[in-house]
Design a protein. Sequence first.
Length: 151
Amino acid sequence: MKLRHLTTSALALILMAACTDATGGTGVAPDDIAGTWTATSLIFTSVADNTVSLDEVTDGTVVTLVLRADGTYTFTFVSDLENENETGTYTVSGTSLTVTAVTPTPLDPETMTISRVGDTMTLTLDDIYDFTPDDTVDEEEAATMVIVLAR
């Protein structure tokens, strides 16, 4: 799988999945989500065929998101095949999170929805993904990405 969209998309997803605080209200502030979050799942599901999905957090893959109260983040994806490390800035407004990657490659801002209940945060995002097992063929298709993280 090519991770060029994964890092930013995953972060966007993490920060955009309809956020609920412990008191039942909606919306989230940087202080509400500041900390180190580790993904328990990162699932891509095909829009064309919702029976086709893949969880990227398997067999030792570690996805970590560090959100700082100052509006900066670090996102890491470490697997047997690939290592990604991204840093940038984020803003939150209600249930929307917008992330802007700065390194390793500056990217356009990407907005997501966020849901947080206690120490679990879920991000959901429309994205693209290559479900083909052959890495020599690039067949990206529309997908929904859902990341569940724990603090």
